[in-house]
Ligand binder design. Structure first.
Ligand code: GDP
Ligand code: IMO
Ligand code: MG
Length: 422
């Protein structure tokens, strides 16, 4: 049986914390897409850790963590992260497994990411510059190198061939950067990677399923950054939605049970692209300050705005969300009044649907106002004691989406999670 935890907005919904919390009820946690563009924050023994490549179940004892074939892997980031995790006394030899079909991010992929962004000028995506786009391009273009290739004696020859192709592209961009130091680090990290557990991911996970083990699939980014259904071209390059679990791990759809969607009680986005409910004003600044909304991977300030139910409804539809977790409710504690986007207006016409090209059609959000609870909720341990104004907010969202908020997260700490429904 497989449950999924994924982001319903533009990423950074708090997936890391939620996966870490729920991981204790599972046997395996598996990442199915994305790469080191992800930054998943958790608190272990009150220490903050940001994971980019390793699944967020890694700090729970006795749980297997799998990096699935749908992920793109930067060996340098992985090595660094393994060192951090090992410093907590975690034995990665026992609990980290990597699918051999996982594609490798090369130093030239990172250079190409930079070159492509630079060439876009004002139209740039705001990529994390981790080499994600170029690596997935080499995957679908049938050129990429995979983790399993490392064990082939011809790996270096294949690497040189691909680097040459990248060099030609970089020359076309007229992009010059000395990657010697990156390459040195890369090859050192490859030696480290070879010593980890490299497995056939699809057999590995299906054997676990057959043995009756519980699997938690961990998404990265968010549904609105999905390559197909996100705000294209301002998206990432992978399938961030529940369908990505099947191709990103080799799991058949009938094994998927719950799809747990994570949303903030408001909304953020980092990087370029449309964001209808964005608050480009003092209110947005306040959300950023109180919510500490700065990218976990790049440190960039996140754009902040009100919750967008049109986008959330769309995300629930394409993912088949069965349960919602609402995070960062405590960030709204400070506000006297809250707004919820219930519809868009495009060319004077109201719609409840996400348009084809959000960046060009520029939807105007239609808001419904709610009284804020304006009281500290971060210490609450049960739903009953939460303010009625918060319950009204939650119930409205539940009814609009037709999917219930099962948990409310009221702080970054591991145990700051209030159950609403089982
Ligand atoms: P992810 O990419 O979805 O895992 O989310 P990030 O880790 O990038 O960003 C979420 C941020 O919010 C992190 O700094 C978390 O520690 C923090 N966080 C998560 N849940 C809560 C919450 O309920 N309240 C507050 N105040 N912070 C939270
Ligand atoms: P987590 O898993 C928020 C954004 C980037 C950029 C666009 C494309 O922490 O939620 P890419 O590097 O993939 O080429 O960038 O997607 N982006 C994220 N935004 N959270 C993430 O991951 C993101 N990963 C990528 O800012 O706009
Ligand atoms: Mg993040």
């Amino acid at each position: 049986m497989v449950d999924v935890i994924l982001g319903l907005q533009w990423g950074d919904e708090g997936k890391g914390k939620i996966v870490d919390f729920f991981a204790k009820d599972y046997d395996v946690v598996a990442r199915f897409q994305g790469g080191p563009n992800a930054g998943h924050t958790l608190y272990v023994d009150d220490k903050k850790v940001v994971l980019h490549q390793i699944p967020s179940g890694v700090f729970r004892k006795g749980i297997i963590n799998l990096i699935g074939n749908g992920v793109v892997l930067d060996p340098v980031t992985l090595k660094r992260e393994c060192d951090t995790v090992a410093s907590f006394g975690i034995d990665l030899k026992k609990n980290l497994f990597i699918a051999e079909r996982t594609h490798l991010i090369l130093p030239t992929h990172r250079a190409l990411d930079k070159a492509a962004e630079l060439s876009k000028g004002t139209q740039k995506i705001g990529s994390t510059l981790k080499g994600i786009g170029p690596t997935y391009m080499d995957k679908t273009g049938r050129n990429g190198l995979r983790v399993g290739d490392l064990l082939d004696k011809n790996f270096t020859t294949a690497y040189i061939k691909l680097r040459l192709k990248h060099q030609r592209l970089l020359d076309n961009y007229n992009f010059q950067e000395d990657i010697t130091a990156w390459e040195e680090e890369f090859f050192e990290a490859l030696e480290f990677l070879k010593e980890l557990n490299i497995v056939n991911g699809e057999y590995f996970i299906n054997q676990q399923i057959k043995a009756g083990k519980k699997i938690l699939a961990e998404g990265a980014q968010g549904s609105m950054l999905d390559i197909d259904f996100g705000t294209f071209p301002y998206v990432t390059s992978s399938s961030t939605i529940s369908a990505g679990v099947c191709s990103g791990l080799g799991v058949a759809p009938q094994h998927i049970k719950d799809v747990i969607g994570v949303t903030k009680a408001y909304c953020t986005r980092v990087g370029g692209g449309p964001f209808p409910t964005e608050l480009d004003n003092e209110m947005g600044e306040e959300l950023r300050k109180i919510g500490n909304e700065f990218g976990a991977t790049t440190g960039r300030p996140r754009r902040c705005g009100w919750i967008d139910l049109v986008a959330l409804n769309f995300a629930c539809m394409i993912n088949g969300v069965t349960k919602i977790v609402m995070t960062k409710a405590d960030v709204l504690d400070a506000f006297k009044e809250l707004q919820v986007c219930t519809a868009y207006k495009i060319n004077g016409k109201e719609t409840l649907e996400i348009p084809f090209q959000m960046d060009k059609q520029k939807p105007e959000p239609q808001f419904k106002a709610f009284t804020g609870w304006n009281t500290d909720t971060s210490a609450a341990k049960s739903y009953e004691i939460l303010p009625d104004t918060m319950k009204t907010y939650v119930n409205f969202i539940n009814e609009y989406l037709g999917v219930k908020i099962h948990y409310i997260s009221n702080g970054p700490g591991r145990e700051q999670l209030v159950e609403v429904y089982k």
